[in-house]
Write a protein that binds this ligand. Structure first.
Ligand SMILES: [Zn+2]
Ligand SMILES: [Zn+2]
Length: 183
C-alpha cells in the first residue's frame, strides 16, 4: 500500500500536520506517512529578499522522496518565493510528485490582525488541496469558490472553499482512475 508522504521543512506544529493528514485522506483517499522533519532550509535562503527559494527547496525534496511515495507534500513556516513573484503560498509539480506549502502568510498575525487559529488551519487546508490538486493534474479553476482557483493574496484564499467544484472533482476522479487503476 503506497501513501502520500508528509514532511515538515524546519519546525512545524504537530496540530497543523495532523489536520493536513486528515484533509489528504478526505480529499484524495490516500493515507499519509510522516517523514522525519527536514532541517531548516538555510541553503535556500536569499538574504536580499529575506525569503527562501522554493525551487531550491523542491530540488532537495526530490532527493528525499521515498520510492513508494504517491506524492510528497512538504510544509514549512518559511516564506517562499519564485524569481518572478514577490511570494508564493505554495508550489507544486503539475502531475509530478512534489508539492510544498508555506504557512508564513496564512496567519492573521502576519497582516497585523489578532490570531485566529480556525482561519489559519482552514487556509492551510485550502493551500494543501490546491497544491496537491496540481500534482494530480488539476490546473487553475475559474470558479472563485474552488480551492483550485489562483490566489495571489490572502483575501483570494479566504474566498475559496476547501472542497473542489464539480468540474475539478470530475477531473480529479478521472485523473486518479487513469493514474492508479490503469483505465
Ligand atoms: Zn496553483
Ligand atoms: Zn474547480
Amino acid at each position: 500500500m503506497t501513501a502520500i508522504y508528509l514532511v515538515a521543512v524546519g519546525k512545524v506544529d504537530d496540530e497543523i500536520l495532523t489536520g493536513i493528514e486528515v484533509c489528504l485522506w478526505q480529499t484524495f483517499g490516500f493515507t499519509t506517512r510522516r517523514l522525519n522533519p527536514l532541517p531548516d532550509p538555510a541553503p535556500a535562503y536569499d538574504p536580499q529578499r529575506q525569503q527562501y527559494s522554493v525551487i531550491a527547496i523542491m530540488k532537495d525534496l526530490l532527493k528525499q522522496c521515498p520510492g513508494d511515495a504517491i506524492r510528497l507534500l512538504a510544509v514549512t513556516e518559511r516564506d517562499l518565493f519564485i524569481p518572478m513573484l514577490s511570494f508564493v503560498f505554495g508550489q507544486a509539480q503539475l502531475r509530478g510528485k512534489i508539492a510544498i506549502i508555506s504557512l508564513a502568510r496564512l496567519r492573521q498575525e502576519f497582516y497585523g490582525l489578532p490570531a485566529n487559529s480556525m482561519l489559519f488551519i482552514s487556509r492551510a487546508l485550502k493551500e494543501t488541496v490546491h497544491e496537491m490538486g496540481h500534482t494530480f493534474g488539476l490546473t487553475h479553476c475559474l470558479d472563485r469558490d474552488c480551492p483550485m482557483s489562483l490566489s495571489t493574496n490572502i483575501q483570494q484564499v479566504d474566498i475559496k472553499g476547501e472542497t473542489f467544484c464539480a468540474n475539478c472533482t470530475i477531473l480529479l476522479r478521472e485523473n486518479l482512475r487513469q493514474m492508479y487503476l490503469g483505465g
